[in-house]
Structures are given as structure tokens and as C-alpha cells.
Design a protein around this ligand. Structure first.
Ligand code: FES
Ligand code: FES
Length: 170
């Protein structure tokens, strides 16, 4: 991590979603503010700013972190992945995003980027989670709209671990 002199605004350089970018940042600037304000990637949302709600979650060198609890300086020279990376350039959603849409897993969408990024990290390590494991990961996020059931269903659908639906016409 760079050492800063008082009142210095050093340039922080990161690879954001595969592209090298840089911008000056105050030594105490939060990574969440750096991403949104300096880099203009506003898909990452900021809610509590205390590490509680999870909506600011991004990947730093592939690992999910709360960007509101991380300094921009800590990301210097590292790889940053945000929700903007998930869909294709033409806007085609990835499997997890599609499953969110299919299962009504978002309403206002404020919490959604952070949840998507947490599961992007988690599902790489555990591609076939149980329902309880999905619930455990989701426990690190607050959603004020959905009641969570749709989010759990979406993750299970995206990973092919959803139980077959019953009760339909035969
Ligand atoms: S804004 Fe970072 S955890 Fe809530
Ligand atoms: S969809 Fe509104 S907070 Fe989760």
C-alpha cells in the first residue's frame, strides 16, 4: 500500500473490469466513493457505510469485499470487479442476473449489485450450493423489498440446484 504525505492526493491505479484506469484520491477516501465518484462506476451502491447492508460489495482480486470498509489506497495496483462486468457488452445478462429477473429477486434494485457480487465470488468457490448455504451468504445482505425468498430461488435456479416445482398440471 502506498505511503501518503499529509494533504497529498496520490493517483490510485486499478484494473476496473479488465480496463486500466486511474484517478487521484484522498488518503482517507473510501473505495466505494472512489469507484462511484472518481471512476464513475455507479452500479456499486452505498447504503449504510458501516459494513452492515452489503450493497457496496465488489470484488478485489476476485474476493468479495465491502467497499465502504476499504480505502481506495488499498486497491492500488489491484483488480477491481463491479456489477458492470456481469452482463455482456451488448447488455445480455449472465445466468445469475437472468435468474434474478425470472424469480422476481429484485424490486427497487438497491441491494442487488452487492448481492450479485457476493454470489459471483461465492459460486466460483461453491458452484452447487445448498439452500442453507445460499441463505448463509445472503445473511450478509439487507434487502428492504423482496423478503429474500426470490433471491434464494434465483441463486438456486442459476446454479441448477433448485428443487423441481410441484403442483403444476401433469
Ligand atoms: S454501504 Fe457498505 S455495507 Fe452498507
Ligand atoms: S430490492 Fe429493494 S432493497 Fe433489495
Amino acid at each position: 500500500m502506498k505511503q501518503f504525505k499529509r494533504d497529498e492526493r496520490p493517483v490510485i491505479a486499478v484494473t476496473l473490469n479488465g480496463r486500466r484506469v486511474s484517478a487521484p484520491a484522498e488518503p482517507r477516501m473510501l473505495l466505494s466513493d472512489f469507484i462511484r465518484q472518481a471512476l464513475g462506476a455507479t452500479g456499486t451502491h452505498v447504503g449504510c457505510e458501516h459494513g452492515v447492508c452489503g450493497c457496496c460489495t465488489v470484488l478485489l482480486d476476485g474476493t468479495a469485499v465491502r467497499s465502504c470498509l476499504t480505502l481506495a489506497a488499498q486497491a492500488d495496483g489491484r483488480e477491481l470487479t463491479t456489477v458492470e462486468s456481469l452482463a455482456d457488452q451488448d447488455g445480455t445478462l449472465n445466468a445469475l442476473q437472468n435468474a434474478f429477473r425470472n424469480n422476481h429477486a429484485l424490486q427497487c434494485g438497491f441491494c442487488t449489485p452487492g448481492i450479485l457480487m457476493s454470489f459471483t465470488d461465492y459460486l466460483r468457490r461453491n458452484p452447487k450450493p445448498t439452500e442453507q448455504e445460499v441463505v448463509d451468504v445472503l445473511s450478509g445482505h439487507i434487502c428492504r423489498c423482496t423478503g429474500y425468498a426470490g433471491i434464494v430461488a434465483a441463486v438456486l435456479e442459476a446454479t441448477g440446484t433448485a428443487a423441481p416445482k410441484t403442483g403444476g398440471k401433469s
